[in-house]
Design a protein around this ligand. Structure first.
Ligand code: TTP
Ligand code: MG
Length: 580
C-alpha cells in the first residue's frame, strides 16, 4: 500500500518513446564484416579487456569488460579481435542513426553513445490511432508518411508485437485479449508503437544488425524496459496505473536507474540500511533497490531527499530529480537530431612523457586521428553535379563527386596533465590545463595531403601551445594529451560555403584564449566528445597480466578496472554523454 502521506510526482504519459540498443555492438560490427565469426565465441579487445563480446561468448560465461585473461580462461577458443580503432563502429552507428532518423516525423532522434538511439514517435502514433478501424483491427495499416499513404506496413492491432511488461492485463494483451482495454488511449498508443518498433527493428536487420528495443512513455522507462528482453527482442511497458510503473521501477537496483550515480547510490544505500557505507564496496554492488528507497518511511518527499543529497556543491534540483526517477517520472525530451557534433576531440594517456621528440610524435598521431574524425563527421560527399564554389571536385566515371565541409571548427584546444600514479592520492584530473588558438584554414584544404596538414599543425600550433602550457624546459611528466576542435561554424545544416571568407573574418575576431586550470571540473569529460586513441603496444598487453593489483577506479561509474584499460573504458563514458 502506498503511504497516504507521500505524494508521488505526476507522470506525464502523453509521449511515446522508443529506445533502441544494438546487441553486442562492436561484436556485431565485426561479424558483419566476417560472417563466419557469428557462430564462434567472439570478444572485442581494447588493451587487455573485452569492450564487448557476442552472445555465443556470453553463453560461455564471458562478459563485457572482462579481462582478456579471465575470458580466455573461461572460453579458451574465444576469438579475439582488436577494437581500438573505432572508425568502423562509428560508421555503422552513423548509418543506423541515419536510417532511424529517416523515419522520424518530428526529428527527435537522439543518440546515446554509439549504439543507443531514442526516438520520440508520439506524432506518428497519434496519426495512426486516428486511422484505426475498430471493426477491422487485425488488418490495420500503419502509415509512415503523411504525404504518401502508400508508405507503410500492415499489422494486427488486436495484439502487441513483442513482449509486454507490466501487470495491467499484460499477459492477456500479449495474447490479443484486449477486453475493455482497447478503449484505453494509452493502451492503444503503446500497442501501435510496439508494431512500429518491430518494423524499425526489421529495417535495421535488413542492414545486417539486430537490436533490443524498449517502448514506453518516457526515456527512463523505455531504456529500462528494453533491457528486459535482450538480444533481438523488444518490450513494451504497459503502465496504465501508477502502481504498475512503481513496481517496475522498484524492482531495479538503485544503481541501475539511469541518472542515479554512484554518489547518490551510496548516500541512499547508507540511509536505507542505517549505516555508514564502506567506500571500498563498489556502488554497482549496491543491494538496495529503488523500491526500498522510494518506500522508506522516512523518505516522504523531495524535501527529505534534499536534506540527504543537498549541500554545498550539489546539483540544483537534484533531490526532485531523484524523487522523480524513483517514481518512473522523466520529462526530459528526446533531443532533435544534429548533423554535426559541437566539438571533436581525441586524447591519449601516457606514463609520463618527458622528451620533446616523443611529445611531437604523440601529437602527430593524435592530430592524424583527429583529422580522420573530422573528415568522417564533418565532410559530406555530394553525388551530383557539384555546385559552384565547392572546394574540390573529382570525376569518377561519369559521376561527379563533390566534397564539402558541413561545418568547420574555428578553434583548436590543447589540454595536458601530468602523469599521476594511483598511489599518489591525486584526483584523476589533477593539474589538467588547456590553451586554445584559432584553427588554421589549411586544415580544411582538399589539395594538400593529410600528412602535410598534420606536420604544419603540430609545428605551428600545437607545439607552441604545449610550451605555453608547460613552460619549464624539463620534467614535464606528461600523463595526458588531448587535442580538441570546437567552436563550429556552419553546423546549422547549410554547410560552409566560403571557408576563406570565414577564416578572414575569424582572424579579425579571434584572439588566443588564456590558459585555465580545470582541476575543479567534476567530470573530466564535461561537454567534450573526446575519443581516446590508445595505440596497443605489445608491452602494454603483456603488461596487462603482470599488472595484477594495479587496479583503478573509474571516476564516473566507479568500476574497478585494470589501470591499463581505464582509458578505453572512459572513452565509452564520453561517448555516452555526447552521443558521438
Ligand atoms: P553496450 O550497449 O553496453 O554493450 P553491447 O552493445 O556490446 O552489448 P548489449 O547487447 O548488452 O547491449 O555498449 C555498446 C558498445 O560500447 C560495446 O559494444 C562496446 C563499447 N563499450 C566500451 O568500449 N567500453 C565499455 O566500458 C562498455 C560498457 C562498452
Ligand atoms: Mg548495446
Amino acid at each position: 500500500m502506498e503511504n497516504p502521506k507521500r505524494k508521488p510526482p505526476r507522470r506525464k504519459d502523453d509521449r511515446v518513446i522508443l529506445h533502441f540498443d544494438l546487441d553486442c555492438f562492436y561484436a556485431q560490427c565485426v561479424e558483419h564484416q566476417q560472417p563466419a565469426l557469428k557462430a564462434l565465441p567472439l570478444g572485442i579487445r581494447q588493451k587487455g579487456i573485452l569492450a564487448t563480446c557476442n552472445y555465443v561468448a556470453r553463453h560461455r560465461g564471458v562478459n563485457k569488460l572482462m579481462t582478456l585473461a579471465e575470458a580466455k580462461r573461461l572460453c579458451p577458443d574465444l576469438v579475439v579481435v582488436e577494437g581500438e580503432d573505432l572508425t568502423p563502429f562509428r560508421n555503422v552507428s552513423k548509418q543506423l542513426y541515419a536510417l532511424l532518423r529517416s523515419y522520424s516525423w518530428s526529428g527527435k532522434v537522439e543518440r546515446l553513445g554509439l549504439d543507443e538511439i531514442y526516438l520520440d514517435v508520439t506524432d506518428m502514433v497519434a496519426y495512426n490511432v486516428e486511422l484505426l478501424n475498430r471493426n477491422c483491427l487485425n488488418q490495420s495499416y500503419f502509415c509512415l508518411s503523411r504525404a504518401d499513404p502508400e508508405q507503410g506496413f500492415q499489422y494486427d492491432a488486436t495484439v502487441f508485437s513483442g513482449c509486454v511488461y507490466g501487470d495491467d492485463g499484460a499477459a492477456s494483451a500479449a495474447q490479443g485479449l484486449h477486453g475493455d482495454l482497447v478503449d484505453n488511449a494509452l493502451y492503444i498508443r503503446l500497442l501501435l508503437a510496439s508494431h512500429l518498433a518491430r518494423y524499425l527493428r526489421l529495417k535495421i536487420e535488413e542492414e545486417g544488425y539486430t537490436t533490443a528495443c524498449g517502448i514506453s512513455t518516457n526515456k527512463l522507462l523505455a531504456k529500462l524496459v528494453g533491457n528486459k528482453n535482450k538480444p533481438r527482442n523488444q518490450s513494451t511497458l504497459l503502465g496504465l496505473r501508477d502502481e504498475t510503473v512503481f513496481s517496475f521501477m522498484d524492482s531495479h537496483g538503485l544503481r541501475k536507474v539511469p541518472g542515479i550515480g554512484s554518489k547518490i547510490t551510496r548516500i541512499l544505500e547508507g540511509f536505507v540500511l542505517g549505516k555508514e557505507m564502506d567506500p571500498n564496496i563498489h556502488s554497482m554492488d549496491c543491494s538496495v533497490t529503488a523500491g526500498q528507497a522510494r518506500a522508506h518511511p522516512s523518505i516522504q518527499s523531495p524535501a527529505v531527499l534534499d536534506k540527504l543529497l543537498g549541500g554545498p556543491g550539489s546539483e540544483r534540483g537534484l533531490a526532485g530529480k531523484v524523487w522523480s526517477l524513483l517514481h518512473g517520472v522523466d520529462d526530459t525530451e528526446v533531443k532533435p537530431a544534429r548533423d554535426v557534433p559541437t566539438q571533436i576531440s581525441i586524447e591519449d594517456t601516457y606514463r609520463g612523457l618527458n622528451e620533446a621528440p616523443e611529445i611531437r610524435r604523440e601529437m602527430a598521431l593524435l592530430s592524424a586521428s583527429l583529422l580522420r574524425r573530422m573528415h568522417l563527421d564533418l565532410i559530406e560527399d555530394d553525388h551530383a553535379t557539384p555546385a559552384q564554389g565547392h572546394a574540390h571536385t573529382q570525376s569518377s566515371m561519369s559521376v561527379m563527386v563533390s566534397r564539402r565541409w558541413l561545418a568547420c571548427p574555428k578553434t583548436v584546444r590543447l589540454t595536458t596533465r601530468p602523469y599521476t600514479s594511483p598511489t599518489d592520492g591525486k584526483p584523476y584530473d589533477w593539474a589538467r590545463a588547456s590553451r586554445s588558438a584559432p584553427l588554421p584554414s589549411y586544415v580544411f584544404s582538399f589539395t594538400i595531403t593529410s600528412e602535410q596538414i598534420v606536420e604544419k599543425l603540430v609545428a605551428e600550433i600545437l607545439l607552441p601551445l604545449f610550451y605555453k602550457l608547460n613552460p619549464s624546459p624539463k620534467g614535464w611528466n606528461i600523463g595526458l594529451i588531448n587535442v580538441c576542435v570546437t567552436n563550429m561554424a556552419g553546423g546549422d545544416g547549410g554547410g560552409v560555403r566560403d571557408i576563406g571568407a570565414m577564416f578572414r573574418r575569424q582572424d579579425d575576431v579571434l584572439r588566443e584564449f588564456t590558459a585555465y586550470d580545470s582541476t575543479a571540473s567534476p567530470s573530466p569529460f564535461a561537454g567534450a566528445q573526446a575519443e581516446r586513441k590508445t595505440p596497443l603496444t605489445s608491452e602494454s598487453v603483456s603488461g596487462a597480466s603482470s599488472q595484477g593489483d594495479d587496479m583503478e577506479l573509474c571516476p564516473l561509474c566507479e568500476l574497478y578496472l585494470p589501470r591499463f584499460a581505464l582509458a578505453a573504458h572512459e572513452r565509452f563514458h564520453t561517448m555516452e554523454e555526447d552521443g558521438s
